[in-house]
Design a protein around this ligand. Structure first.
Ligand SMILES: NC(=O)c1ccc[n+]([C@@H]2O[C@H](COP(=O)([O-])OP(=O)(O)OC[C@H]3O[C@@H](n4cnc5c(N)ncnc54)[C@H](O)[C@@H]3O)[C@@H](O)[C@H]2O)c1
Ligand SMILES: [Zn+2]
Length: 383
């Protein structure tokens, strides 16, 4: 038998920048990220309509910015706007709209697509950029807490299909991520809060000190204190980046250790017709798996109460009637199917330490749902 062996590795490197007023003509963060070796960087902006609605001056600021830095940046026509929010991930037509623009406006692999918006738009645009010409350079400019501290800084994109979250998608690291804190002022309170759930998540599974910081900052976070949010986003993004670089960046194995609380969250998002935000679903999913961890004698009852109280003090709902839907448990199978291999779920060993398990007992899951419902109704937990 003959065989040839092929082996190589590709190194990825990108920076996540933290700035303010990105399109102020004195701010060079964006132009500094562009490769000008063969002339000005050609950029196609794709922008979340929700961002434009709240920042009506954005388009004229981009135009003025380009005029000032014309030798470093050219625009591939006017920015393309698409409606934001999870529903844009349910409509493949938006991926095609972005690809149409990439084609019509002559965007090639030396050009850039710059996506401005929440995690949903970043997922749609990131996927369209990843498959056009086999991969166009992507700059992400996340505009929500969740996209600045989690979804926008990673290497994945995805859109929904067959009633499943992120069924279609790819791994495609960006060339740069630019977090501009000024966007956060206009967020709906639900979107401000939603990203905090991902911060609690990494704290719970990886970093007790960060969890404690969130616990000590509840009042400021509820009053939309930007300084505290600044640190929360920075630290959470850092923990995500370190995790991605630490091993299985493209999730070749069976485990998704950062997806604590996500097996039921993804299912809940779908069962509620995407009425609840991703972060809101993650809060409920974490509450459920924390109760389960306690039923398995991993977490103590006092640690469990501490977690539930933290999320409640941040005004997260910790129960949704769809948790009672018998289809919920399907979420476990779908979670496993997404990666294949062995079912791998992260539970909590204690605050700050996750643990992977390969089995979840259906009766215990149902008991956890019931206990969470009681907690929601009576504010007490009778374990
Ligand atoms: N690719 C990944 O690795 C990854 C990781 C985690 C989550 N996600 C995905 O991210 C999505 C959630 O993203 P999200 O929480 O950012 O919400 P979102 O993108 O769905 O946006 C929520 C709403 O906020 C609006 N909006 C965005 N920025 C705004 C601003 N600055 N001011 C006012 N309104 C604004 C949007 O128009 C939308 O209506 C989910 O689909 C989730 O699955 C992806
Ligand atoms: Zn998430």
């Amino acid at each position: 038998m003959k065989s040839l062996q092929q082996s190589f590795s590709v190194r990825y490197q990108y920076n996540v920048y933290f700035t303010e007023d990105l399109f102020n003509t004195n701010n060079t963060t964006l132009v500094d990220t562009l490769d000008n070796s063969i002339g000005p960087g050609k950029l196609l902006f794709v922008i979340d309509q929700g961002v434009i609605d709240h920042h009506p001056q954005l388009l004229s600021k981009i135009a003025e910015y380009q005029r000032k830095y014309a030798h470093q940046i050219t625009l591939a026509g006017v920015p393309l706007c698409i409606p934001g929010g999870e529903l844009c991930k349910n409509d493949y037509g938006h991926v095609e709209t972005v690809m149409d623009a990439i084609n019509d406006r002559g965007i090639d692999r030396h050009s850039y697509v710059a996506a401005i918006g929440g995690g949903s738009i970043l997922d749609v645009v990131g996927f369209a950029a990843a498959i056009s010409h086999r991969g166009i350079r992507l700059i992400r400019i996340p505009t929500t807490v969740l996209s600045q501290n989690d979804s926008g800084v990673g290497v994945k994109n995805g859109v929904n299909a067959f009633g499943k979250k992120n069924f279609i998608g790819s791994f495609a690291p960006p060339v740069a991520v630019i977090n501009d804190k000024n966007f956060l002022h206009t967020l709906d309170i639900r979107d401000w809060r939603s990203g905090i759930a991902e911060g609690i998540k990494v704290g719970l599974i990886k970093d007790e000190a960060f969890y404690n910081f969130i616990e000590e900052s509840v009042e400021q976070l509820n009053h939309r204190d930007m300084k505290v949010m600044d640190y929360l986003i920075y630290k959470c993004a850092d923990l995500h980046l370190k995790h991605i670089a630490s091993g299985d960046a493209f999730e070749m194995g069976s485990s998704r250790p950062l997806d604590f609380g996500h097996w039921s969250a993804h299912k809940l998002e779908q069962l509620t017709g995407y009425e609840i935000r991703h972060g809101e679903a993650v809060a409920i999913g974490m509450a459920l798996d924390s109760v389960y961890s306690c039923l398995e004698d991993r977490l103590t009852k006092s640690q469990l109460m501490q977690i539930l109280e933290l999320m409640r003090s941040l005004e997260f709902e910790l129960y949704h009637p769809c948790l009672g839907n018998p289809e919920l448990i399907e979420g476990l199978r779908e979670f496993q199917e997404h990666l294949g291999g062995q079912l791998t779920i992260t539970l909590l060993q204690k605050i700050g330490t996750g643990i992977e398990v390969h089995h979840m007992d259906t009766q215990k899951v149902l008991k956890s749902v019931k206990l969470l419902k009681d907690f929601h109704n009576n504010k007490t937990l009778d374990l």
